[in-house]
Ligand binder design. Structure first.
Ligand code: GLU
Length: 325
């Protein structure tokens, strides 16, 4: 999965047949780590790959997408060289680069920011019959905090720390993948789940559309969280996207942050430059590839970047006048 540069050697015959001589271009293969297949990272990674692969003749870049455990997994896989790019929550980017939280004492020094993506919201989904109407109501219940490689598990842990509940002690803590959570909620095997994700998305649609009635629970008792962590902000989930949920209000308050596109300092400058330029210059087309990307602007895509911006991305931002010299 490392970047492989293949210098084709066996093209001479076909070139001779064509009666022309051309230098065979180098091919660079890159892999983008995303998240679960029902989230927003997976189609977003697909959209980035689509945009750059359309210019394969120009750049020789071939991008592919991998479904992963999400933010934390992607950052660690970039660090080990198993992934070239990944999508990660802005909060996990901050924690990893600065050696905090799950990366306490082990900063991911190679981590580089490329651009920000859609906003995400900590989405707390609970069965109506569980009686859960706030995070404090989870006592004695079975709650999925998410995949060990996810950013949403980090967020859920932060939230429970602030409200003074201990996962695994005060309530049963599940570690299942987001793609499986809606079915497990519908089957009565869990009472609630956390998913930090952009909206709208198929996962929450699936969770709210079944026979068991489901609500999106507001997360409001967490003032201390915003004081502890500047990368979190107050946000709202528009409920018109999930008409089958039992919520009476059209918006649900919760904790938000941005999703970001990250890479390694080892990724070549020309590759990062090409991807940054093509996504930025084809933003209208890119935004059409998933409804959660709708609100993106060139300016919003430069927020939430706490790791140093990769030199390839920086070259484009300076050229385009988005960042001053
Ligand atoms: N924000 C989630 C995480 O890193 C992933 C969301 C998604 O896949 O769309 O845990």
């Amino acid at each position: 999965m490392f970047i492989k540069k293949l210098i084709p050697v066996a093209l001479a015959a076909s070139l001779a047949f064509a009666g022309t001589y051309a230098m065979a271009a180098k091919q660079t293969f890159v892999t983008i780590g995303t998240g679960g297949i029902t989230g927003v990272y997976y189609p977003t990674g697909g959209a980035i790959a689509k945009i750059i692969n359309a210019k394969r003749d120009k750049y020789g870049i071939r991008a592919s997408v991998e479904s992963t455990g999400a933010s934390k997994f992607n950052i660690n896989a970039i660090d080990s060289g198993d992934l070239d790019f990944g999508i990660a929550q802005a909060d996990t980017q901050y924690l990893a680069y600065n050696g905090k939280g799950p990366w306490e004492g082990k900063p991911v020094e190679k981590l580089r920011a490329v651009f920000a993506l859609a906003p995400e919201a900590v989405t707390f989904v609970a069965a109506e019959d569980s009686g859960i109407k706030s995070v404090k109501d989870v006592k004695g219940k079975t709650v999925n905090l998410g995949d060990p490689g996810s950013g949403n598990r980090v967020n859920a842990m932060d939230i429970f720390e602030v409200v003074g509940l201990v996962p695994g002690k005060d309530f049963h803590d599940e570690k299942i993948k987001p793609a499986d959570a809606p079915r497990m909620l519908q089957d009565g095997r869990i009472d609630a789940f956390f998913y930090t994700v952009g909206h709208p998305n198929g996962n929450i649609k699936e969770a709210t559309a079944g026979k068991r009635k489901v609500r999106i629970v507001p997360i409001t008792e967490v003032d201390q969280l915003y004081k502890n962590a500047p990368y979190y902000s107050v946000t709202e989930i528009p409920m018109e996207q999930y008409p089958d949920a039992t919520n009476a209000k059209d918006k649900v308050q919760t904790v938000g942050m941005l999703a970001t596109f990250v890479t390694s300092a080892d990724t070549p400058e020309d590759v990062v430059y090409a991807i940054t330029k093509e996504v930025m210059e084809n933003l209208d087309e890119f935004k059409k590839l998933h409804p959660a990307l709708e609100g993106l602007t060139k300016e919003s895509m430069l927020q939430g970047l706490t790791a140093p911006i990769h030199p390839g991305a920086l070259k484009y931002y300076k050229e385009a006048g988005l960042i001053k010299e």
